[in-house]
Write a protein that binds this ligand. Structure first.
Ligand code: ADP
Ligand code: ZN
Ligand code: ZN
Length: 761
């Protein structure tokens, strides 16, 4: 993706207009078919209306027996089907286009590149209310303001109600509060409703002006950049108004965020907007408040907790230029901007930028296409860049900006491998590690224990006959959970009670094998009875704000042990953590996936980066039974950069990405045969399309059973397509996919195409 690709995406001239007498509307209709649909204009449309029609307006159309909301892609003089077969559209819903043209082009390009139905791309990327045909107008946001009575109020009158006094002071300064800022500023809802009741505060559905919405009274001070940061900011600044791609390759804690902030300050000075994408896991109030404290402007935050009305509001504010900064997870990439200035992707290596189902796009890769379309700069930031991105930087396609040292007073942590081959482990902990933990706690510091497996134990086994509790619907073991006691499949979420005796031999000797976070939490609690042990994983953070509550506790700074999964590894700033312990580095090293080592290294470095982020030196201890493993050695001794170069060389030798390009066609069905039979036909079809002469240009591998052949009751198989040239792969796919759509066998399976797949499961 990150190289220029010649695709037959619509050229700007396809946006031109046909005379309205015979005008044909070419529409992206939300249907599972990979094509656009032609319609005649609505019967009651006037010539003037048709004259004004611009690509990007919504038009409702009859589709089968339903009426759907479609988006106009172009008007044509000639229909692609017989005129007699054309139906009339129902109604034109917008006067002005919803989307700027550059974004329309991005949507269409993405549909083509990822082989996804264009109508579905449009409809999944539009806010729900627009998708449903509601007007593209601000739905109104509930805000709180001082009443006339409240404005008369003297702060001293609230001497004994400090929370109310805070609200009074905030509203005097900022005029209004919205739901977002109430949450972010930790304003007490009780105090607020007391003030509403007393008549001091009133609510209204209309914000007065977006400029007043949020922001703290005192802007945070701008930090003095170190030399490397300054160089990075200066380089990136030059790209604000023209395309340029930058890899900000900075060790954890090197002050990448400060670089983003100062670049954004310049973007704002140029009256442009900034789009910031962050991994799902790091879209926390802490991240947002860093931006809010720095900038007084309207910031639109797109997160999953928004109501439909709030999402539309944020989308419109971005499109109309009122929101100057837009922050969100991967789908925020599709937000229109009135005056784009820069796109920033933080932790660009993070897997959450790739959507793994439905429209399987990479927000990072598409962001580069968008930046090119809109002629703006793009910054990819990471301490552990993906090999794709690093390769582009090393070959000069991206500018490589390095931050080699931690910012401010913090120093880089020391990494140490702890060979557990000859250690007696106490529930996963070696004696030297326990001693380390005790030492750090003794010094009043916090300890982070990383174990990327939730639950109590990954296996429940019969000690007598060897039976293992397995999921009936997947090729996978059930994980034992203790609170509450049950067995659960981590692949399909199936649950069942814990067996009391072995179903095979009736023995009562069932044993829990292996470690999960729940078990380690128990061990740590009993070994360190005087220390708080906080478990952070999907189970303890399921409740709304569960993660925030736990993080707040850590930020209080008292000695504690944090035990958790990768939720702990990413992005967090824990100033009091001085020891990071990785309980088991081995699980990821030997995975079947060719990206296994890369992902393991990234995770290890990210988790290691949590240590010693403030004044005190940090230490990282990695338990392993493979202390001589070359990957671990390279990583620990020379760091991620040199590790990554070693792996890049291996990939080159094996002709794997980024030195070749992949697409995966998956098929699944409830019966065992259909997926492979279908994919065998796909292969034949692909071979025909490639022609005998060209057979070597794209290599076909499979069909093969998926690494997890059975999942959630479905049998799964896959066909891998590989090519040294992206365009060859694209050419093949764009002929193959429509052909598959019309194959009758395709109806007996669920199939999908994954271009640039991230994992092969
Ligand atoms: P990263 O995003 O690279 O992990 P951060 O931007 O979170 O790093 O910075 C880590 C810490 O260093 C933060 O507490 C930040 O305030 C501080 N910091 C960043 N830049 C500077 C600087 N130039 N001088 C002093 N402290 C800095
Ligand atoms: Zn048994
Ligand atoms: Zn299952």
């Amino acid at each position: 993706m990150q190289t220029a690709v010649a695709l037959n995406m619509p050229k700007p001239d396809s946006f031109s207009h046909a005379p309205h007498a015979s005008v044909i509307l070419r529409l992206a209709v939300p249907s599972p078919l990979r094509r656009l649909f032609d319609y005649l204009p609505p019967l009651d449309s006037t010539p003037a209306q048709l004259e004004q029609l611009r690509p990007g307006v919504r038009i409702s159309v009859p589709f089968g027996s339903r009426t759907l909301v479609a988006v106009l892609v172009s008007t044509q003089a000639q229909a692609s089907v017989e005129h007699a077969k054309l139906r009339h559209a129902t109604a034109i819903l917008d006067q002005d286009p919803l989307l700027p043209q550059a974004l329309m082009e991005l949507y269409l390009w993405a549909a083509q590149y990822y082989q996804h139905p264009p109508g579905e791309v449009f409809s999944t990327m539009l806010p729900a209310l627009l998708r449903q045909g509601r007007p593209a107008a601000h739905p109104g946001r509930k805000v709180w303001r001082l009443s006339a009575q409240g404005r008369q109020l003297d702060a001293d009158a609230l001497r004994r109600a400090s929370r109310q006094r805070e609200i009074l002071e905030f509203l005097t300064e900022h005029e209004e509060l919205d739901r977002e800022s109430i949450a972010e500023l930790e304003i007490s809802p009780v105090a607020l409703s007391a003030m509403v009741k007393a008549g001091f505060v009133e609510t209204s559905a209309q914000p007065r002006s977006p400029r007043h919405a949020a922001g703290k009274a005192m802007p945070e001070k701008v930090l003095q950049l170190n030399a490397e940061q300054l160089q990075a900011v200066n380089s990136i600044r030059s790209a604000i108004g023209s395309f340029g791609c930058y890899l900000l390759d900075g060790v954890t804690g090197s002050g990448k965020t400060e670089v983003y902030l100062q670049v954004i300050a310049e973007v704002l000075r140029q009256s442009r907007q900034a789009l910031v994408l962050v991994p799902e896991i790091s879209l926390t109030p802490q991240t947002i408040s860093r931006f809010r404290k720095r900038f007084q402007c309207r910031i639109a935050v797109l997160h999953s907790g928004l109501t439909d009305a709030e999402r539309l509001q944020a989308w419109l504010e971005a499109r109309d230029g009122q929101a100057r900064i837009v922050i969100g997870t991967r789908s925020a990439l599709f937000t229109p901007l009135a005056r784009p200035g820069i796109i920033i992707i933080d932790e660009e290596h993070d897997g959450s930028f790739k959507q793994q189902d439905g429209f399987r796009y990479s927000a990072r890769d598409l962001a580069i296409v968008r930046a090119r379309n809109e002629d703006i700069g793009i910054v990819l930031g990471s301490a552990t860049p993906s090999l794709e991105t690093l390769h582009n930087a090393l070959t000069g396609r991206y500018q490589h900006l390095l931050l080699t040292e931690r910012a401010g007073v913090a120093e880089r942590p020391t990494l140490r491998l702890l060979d557990t081959t000859n250690e007696v482990l106490q529930e996963g902990f070696s004696a030297p590690l326990l001693q380390d933990i005790a030492d750090h706690l003794q010094r009043g510091n916090q300890v982070l224990v990383f174990l990327n497996r939730r639950g109590f134990a990954p296996t429940l086994q019969c000690a007598d006959c060897g039976w293992v509790a397995e999921c009936l619907r997947c090729d996978a073991r059930l994980t034992l959970h203790k609170t509450p006691p049950h067995l659960r499949c981590h692949h399909c979420d199936a649950r069942k009670p814990v067996d009391r005796h072995c179903p095979q031999c009736k023995s009562k000797h069932l044993q829990a094998l292996g470690l999960g976070t729940e078990r380690s939490e128990g061990v740590l609690t009993s070994l360190f009875p005087d220390t708080r042990v906080l478990r952070v994983d999907r189970d303890t953070t399921r409740r709304k704000n569960g993660l925030d509550a736990l993080l707040n506790e850590v930020h209080r700074g008292e000695p504690c042990i944090l035990i958790g999964t990768q939720m702990l590894a990413k992005g967090h700033h824990f100033p009091c953590v001085t020891l990071v312990a990785v309980l088991d580095a081995d699980a990821g090293l030997f995975s079947a996936d060719f990206r296994g080592q890369e992902h393991t290294a990234q995770l290890l470095m990210q988790v290691a980066g949590r240590a010693g982020r403030a004044g005190q030196a940090g230490e990282v201890v990695i338990q392993t039974r493979h202390a001589n493993h070359n990957t671990l050695q390279a990583l620990v001794q020379q760091g991620y950069g040199s590790f990554a170069r070693t792996i890049l060389a291996e990939r080159q030798a094996a002709c794997m990405p980024p030195f070749s390009h992949l697409a995966l066609i998956r098929a699944e069905a409830t019966d065992f045969r259909s997926p492979e039979q279908f994919l065998a036909l796909v292969r034949q079809c692909a071979e025909r399309l490639l022609g005998t002469a060209d057979c070597t240009t794209v290599t076909l591998m499979g069909p093969l059973p998926a690494p997890m052949e059975k999942r959630a009751g479905k049998f799964r198989a896959q066909l891998l397509l590989q090519s040294a040239q992206r365009s060859l792969l694209q050419n093949l796919l764009s002929q193959l996919c429509p052909a598959l759509e019309s194959m009758k066998e395709s109806r007996s399976v669920r199939w999908s195409v994954d271009v640039d797949p991230q994992d092969m499961i």
